[in-house]
Write a protein that binds this ligand. Structure first.
Ligand code: AMP
Length: 223
């Protein structure tokens, strides 16, 4: 099992980039935010446990999250390759993930850290519109859908996530600063972190991220 982690604040572009490179690079994009929103919509036990935290922009407890992520890993089988977007978000989650990978003979290949300034994140989050059905993201100004209110990918209805409203955004960014940011130095020390400036248009950003993987493939072909 191979894992790549997309790390970055809400609005840094993790989901958008992972969505656009997953097929090309042969990974499955796993967004814990999307999985939780689906669980809330379906009214499952995980959804019930997660709902109130999500509404406040707080983190869902680690013991809930590790069950979600382990079930997803096990459903993929031993040869799966995943791009995690939104997990881990705390040092505890990173440690739990390391244990889970060890137990499954999996490896953490790379952590792609998407870096953007706070004002850019706020602008992206307040203008973001998300598909109710497939979770694809658009932006009212910088990445509008072809038809207003309709998802280009699946035709589903676009909506503004309640936690993308201004009051909750500030809390989510503070939670990121206090709980997730320290993962950057952890992965830097482990030598797996690649920092990418994500304050750029999507197309060149996607190409740069894809190139990080394609140059690895070239290097191993040449061995
Ligand atoms: P996202 O779509 O990644 O912004 O996630 C939306 C919300 O889901 C977050 O604000 C959290 O409430 C919850 N969430 C997603 N991933 C995690 C995680 N790894 N740990 C805790 N809560 C999470």
């Amino acid at each position: 099992m191979k894992i790549v982690i997309f790390l970055g604040a809400p609005g840094s572009g993790k989901g958008t980039v992972a969505d656009r490179v997953e097929e090309r690079l042969g990974y499955t994009h796993v967004s814990t935010g999307n999985m939780l929103r689906e669980a809330v919509k379906a009214g499952t036990a995980v959804g019930e446990a997660a709902k109130s935290y999500m509404e406040r922009g707080e983190l869902v407890p680690d013991e809930v999250m590790i069950k979600v992520i382990e079930a997803r890993m096990d459903a993929g089988g031993a040869d799966a390759a995943f791009m995690f977007d939104g997990y881990p978000r705390t040092v505890e989650q990173a440690e739990l993930l390391e244990k889970s990978l060890e137990g499954r003979g999996g490896t953490l290949e790379k952590v792609v850290f998407l870096d953007a300034p706070r004002d850019v994140l706020i602008r992206r989050l307040t203008g973001r519109r998300t598909c109710r059905d497939c979770g694809a993201c658009f932006h009212v100004e910088t990445m509008p859908p072809k038809k207003e209110g309709v998802c280009d990918d699946c035709g589903g209805e676009l909506y503004q996530r309640p936690d993308d409203q201004e009051e909750t955004i500030a809390n989510r960014l503070d939670v990121y600063n206090s709980q997730t940011e320290s993962l950057v130095s952890r992965y830097e020390e482990q030598g797996v972190l690649v920092r990418v400036d994500s304050d750029r248009p999507v197309a060149p950003l996607v190409e740069d991220v894809a190139a990080l993987f394609e140059s690895d493939a070239d290097a191993s072909d040449g061995q």
